[in-house]
Design a protein around this ligand. Sequence first.
Ligand code: SF4
Length: 261
Amino acid sequence: MPLIPPQIAYLTLWPTTACNLACAYCYASQGEAPQTMDRQTALAALELAGGHDGPLHVQLAGGEPTLVPELIEAVAQWASQRQAPTRVAVQTNGALLTPALAAMFKRWRVAVGLSLDGPPEVQELQRGQAAQVMAGLEILERAGVDFYVTAVVTAASAPHLPRLLLMLAGQAHARGLGLDLLTCRGRAVGGHAAMARPDALAGAASRLAQLTGWLNARRTRPFVLRELERCANPARSFARPRPAGPWPCIPRAGSTPAARP
Ligand code: SF4
């Protein structure tokens, strides 16, 4: 009997491993020369993965994909021409967003995941460039681009998660929040980021669940707390750590509601 090759339904591309931030916990080992994918390689990967008539989800992660907007657009254009259902999502740290980029996301219906760890002082402590990221969030909001936020949870950020949710509550296009527990790899080893204590996590989780209920009673478009959704599925645990990977932005990709096909 001939073997039937499996259909690829999910493809993650790293347009670049370069990044404009230096997050305290990035798994990237410092000193490596960044690499950027060329258009020809990206299109070849898309043709290979998308050579079937089933649905395909293309996740752009990194590194920071918005450093190479032309590659994002090339992928999105390719997706728009594919005959079968195709979705493109980008995971961005938000610091380089511009109105032109937001318009491009909207034009090509690119789903957006924004990495944001908390209110500005928490963001500044853990990731840096808080003002630029907040400006990026406003750009998405003004452009009418829906986005889902993913926060890395540390000892420093856990107590501020409810404030992050309240901050997002004021943004009509903020559609949800997902939490990624800190994993001690890369720069996190020996750095100042520490894992949150279980009692701090439990307190934050309980408050977030309460606030989400409160918020959704007042919104026409529901706000998704990813972990609450996972609780509805007994096979998945709230406190499940992220799978190990070379970059925090990579396992995160696809784990946000925005990134789901
Ligand atoms: S965690 Fe992501 S945004 Fe932060 S430095 Fe690493 S690749 Fe860049």
